[in-house]
Design a protein around this ligand. Structure first.
Ligand SMILES: Cc1cc2nc3c(=O)[nH]c(=O)nc-3n(C[C@H](O)[C@H](O)[C@H](O)COP(=O)(O)O)c2cc1C
Length: 328
């Protein structure tokens, strides 16, 4: 069937969904630096989407047309709410819907959602089928881990593949590993072998610990996945998806200029409706790896608003330019 997954060139490099990171503002910043083949939204609660607080929850689904192809990721426990949420997303011009069956955060697992679905395949199936029904023409994919407490790739991934999802992102960790142990790519390879027999048309993205395109291409070849999803690597190198750029060649002042752009985008987009502290996650991306970076970052961490950060930015700009001239 003709959908975004069949249209994308191979191999596929996707930016991973990351809560409080990959919002519309950051995605647009990344487009300016080096765009991935595919974006995902932050995970969005179907419960929240249908609650009185829906307006705030749906900030996560805000996007601009340049962000296509973009997939909305949702999570929850009630199939009926997935159905309704999928119907709504279908009317919003996303390119697909992704079901989060991997988040290991305790308060979410306690509700029986996300990675807890690995322990409840019956509900996982109901959720998938309800979403498919609500999604209409939109493709529905799944992002998951290789087990809950122990590695259960064979059992869990086979189960999911029997549903014949259009795409499956496999993060090579169990939920109980959180992010403590390395992503097990041999298990991801096992998932690829399973798909070859159970559902050959399912697109498999491997995920976990890929830091650059070179490593991604190597892993794609070695482990047989159709593409890589990259998350935290973007913190070390926001130019990651740009084959023509080496991060070592990016000057501190250039990164500092991107910080300003990010601050302005954030303000223009959210107009005070989002907590300013969310922005602090990004400071390390833009202020690092030069003499005095730590001290400067601390100054930014102590700001309380975009206006304050922009004032600080203006007062530091001259010394940042000097830094570039002296080649430090
Ligand atoms: C700050 C942060 C937020 C995340 N939020 C989400 C999310 O909303 N949905 C999701 O499926 N995974 C989420 N993840 C997991 C990532 O998508 C990815 O699976 C994980 O970071 C492993 O990939 P990496 O080693 O390339 O970072 C998050 C990870 C981080 C670090």
């Amino acid at each position: 069937m003709d959908n975004i997954w069949s249209k994308l060139k191979r191999p596929i490099f996707a930016l991973a969904p990351m809560e409080d990171v990959t919002d519309t503002v950051f995605r647009r910043i990344i487009i300016g630096l080096g765009r991935p083949d595919l974006f995902f939204t932050e995970f969005t609660s179907v419960e929240g989407m249908l609650s009185p607080g829906a307006k705030e929850v749906k900030q996560r689904l805000k996007f601009s047309s340049i962000e296509h192809p973009l997939i909305a990721q949702i999570w929850g426990t009630d199939p009926q709410k997935f159905y309704l949420a999928a119907k709504e997303i279908e009317s919003m011009e996303f390119d697909g819907i992704d079901l989060n069956m991997g988040c290991p955060v305790a308060k979410i697992v306690k509700q029986g959602a996300c990675s807890a679905l690995i322990k409840n395949p019956t509900l996982a199936r109901e959720i998938y089928l309800a979403t498919i029904e609500g999604a209409g023409k939109l493709p529905v994919s799944i992002k998951t881990r290789i087990g809950f407490e122990k590695v259960e790739t064979e059992k869990w991934i086979s189960f999911l593949l029997q549903l014949k999802p259009v795409a499956l992102t496999v993060h090579g960790r169990t939920a109980s590993w959180m992010s403590d142990l390395p992503s097990d790519w041999d298990e991801i390879k096992k998932a690829v072998e399973l798909k070859n027999t159970i559902s050959p048309s399912t697109v498999i993205l491997g995920n976990g610990d890929v830091l650059n395109l070179k490593q991604g291409f190597d892993y794609i070849e070695k482990y047989g996945v159709d593409g890589c999803m990259i998350g935290r690597g973007i913190f070390k190198n926001p130019w990651l998806f740009n084959e023509a750029v080496q991060i070592k060649d990016i000057s501190p002042i250039h990164k500092f200029d991107v910080l300003r752009e990010h601050l302005e985008f954030f303000e223009n987009t959210w107009k005070g409706s989002k907590n300013y502290d969310i922005l602090k996650k990004y400071f390390k991306i833009y202020i690092s790896n030069f003499d005095g970076a730590n001290e400067l970052r601390i100054k930014f961490m102590e700001t309380h608003s975009v206006a304050e950060a922009l004032t600080l930015w203006n007062s530091e700009k001259a010394s940042m330019s000097m830094l570039t001239q002296t080649g430090k």
